[in-house]
Design a protein around this ligand. Structure first.
Ligand SMILES: NC(=O)c1ccc[n+]([C@@H]2O[C@H](COP(=O)([O-])OP(=O)(O)OC[C@H]3O[C@@H](n4cnc5c(N)ncnc54)[C@H](OP(=O)(O)O)[C@@H]3O)[C@@H](O)[C@H]2O)c1
Length: 252
C-alpha cells in the first residue's frame, strides 16, 4: 500500500465527552480510524466509540492519562504496532478547578497544567516519530482565549492556557522539519461538563449568548469543523494559526 492510500489515523485526547467527542465523530466522517480516549469516564468513551461504529466507522477505545508519561508512551506504541504512523493528534484533554488563589490547593492549581500543558507536551513529543511518517501530519491544540482576560476566578485555567498558546507559538515554526503542521483552535464558551455545576445554569448561558456578537455560544460540532478546516487545508500551508470559533467574541 503506498502512502496515498494509507488508512488515515487520528488520536483525540479526552474524547469521552464534550468537544473531544464531537471531534472524533467528525473525523470518522472523513474516514479516519480514530483512537477514542477516556481518562475516568469509561462509559462516556464507550458510548462515543459505539456511536462511531454505528455510523460505520472504525475506532479503538483506550484509557489515557495525558499527564502520565507511561500512559502516553503506551498509547503511541500501540499505534505504532497497529498502523506504524499517525496523521492527526488533537490535544484536547483538560481538567481544571476554577477557584480563587486563596481557596485553591496546590493540587488543584496544578490540574490545568498537568492536562493542558504537560499533556500537550507529552503527547506531541511521543507522537512526533509517528506523525513524521504521514504525508499530512497535524497537531491541533484545543486552546482558549482565557489568557487574554485572565480573571482571578479562573486563574489556573487562564495561566495554563497562556502556556499552551506559547507552546503552539514555539513549536509551530519548529515541527515542519518533520512535515508536521501545528495549529490551535480557540472556541468560545461551549456548554460542556467542563463547566461543572455551571453547565446547568440556563441564565449564565443566556448571558454568554447575549454578550456574543452573533448572539449565541459555540457548539462542539463547530469546533470539530474548525479542526477539519485546518487538517484539510488543500495547500498544507496553514501553520501556527489560532483559529477562533466564537462569532468574533474575542474582539469585543
Ligand atoms: N467548554 C468550553 O467552554 C471551552 C472553551 C474553550 C476551550 N475549551 C477547551 O476545549 C477542550 C475540551 O473541553 P470540554 O469542554 O470538552 O471538556 P469536558 O467536557 O470536561 O471534557 C474533558 C475531557 O478531558 C478528559 N481528561 C481530563 N483529564 C484527563 C487526563 N489527565 N488525561 C486524559 N484525558 C483527560 C476527560 O476524560 P474523562 O471524562 O474520561 O476523565 C474528558 O474526555 C479543553 O482543552 C478546554 O480547555 C473548552
Amino acid at each position: 500500500m503506498d502512502s496515498t492510500t494509507k488508512q488515515k489515523v487520528a488520536v483525540v485526547t479526552g474524547s469521552s465527552k464534550g468537544i473531544g467527542r464531537a471531534i472524533v465523530l467528525r473525523l470518522e466522517r472523513d474516514d479516519f480510524f480514530v483512537y477514542v480516549t477516556y481518562f475516568t469516564d469509561k462509559a462516556g468513551g464507550q458510548s462515543t466509540a459505539d456511536e462511531i461504529k454505528k455510523a460505520g466507522g472504525k475506532c479503538s477505545l483506550q484509557k489515557l492519562d495525558v499527564s502520565d508519561e507511561k500512559s502516553v508512551t503506551q498509547l503511541m506504541s500501540l499505534i505504532d504496532n497497529e498502523f506504524g504512523h499517525l496523521d492527526v493528534l488533537v490535544n484536547n484533554a483538560c481538567r481544571d478547578v476554577s477557584k480563587s488563589i486563596e481557596d485553591s490547593t496546590y493540587a488543584e492549581w496544578k490540574l490545568a497544567f498537568d492536562t493542558k500543558v504537560h499533556g500537550a507536551w507529552l503527547c506531541t513529543k511521543y507522537a512526533i516519530p509517528l506523525l513524521a511518517k504521514s504525508k499530512n501530519a497535524n497537531v491541533i491544540v484545543i486552546s482558549s482565549s482565557a489568557d487574554e482576560r485572565p480573571g482571578p476566578e479562573i486563574l489556573s485555567y487562564a495561566v495554563a492556557t497562556g502556556a499552551t498558546n506559547s507552546f503552539v507559538k514555539a513549536i509551530a515554526p519548529y515541527l515542519p522539519k518533520y512535515g508536521i503542521r501545528v495549529n490551535a483552535v480557540m472556541p468560545g464558551e461551549v456548554r460542556t461538563a467542563n463547566w461543572g455545576e455551571l453547565e446547568k445554569d440556563d441564565k449564565l448561558w443566556k448571558e454568554f449568548a447575549e454578550n456574543n456578537p452573533m448572539k449565541r455560544v459555540t457548539t462542539p460540532e463547530e469546533v470539530a469543523d474548525a479542526v477539519m478546516i485546518l487538517i484539510n487545508d488543500p495547500h498544507k500551508f496553514l501553520n501556527g494559526n489560532f483559529l477562533f470559533v466564537n462569532g468574533g467574541g474575542h474582539l469585543k
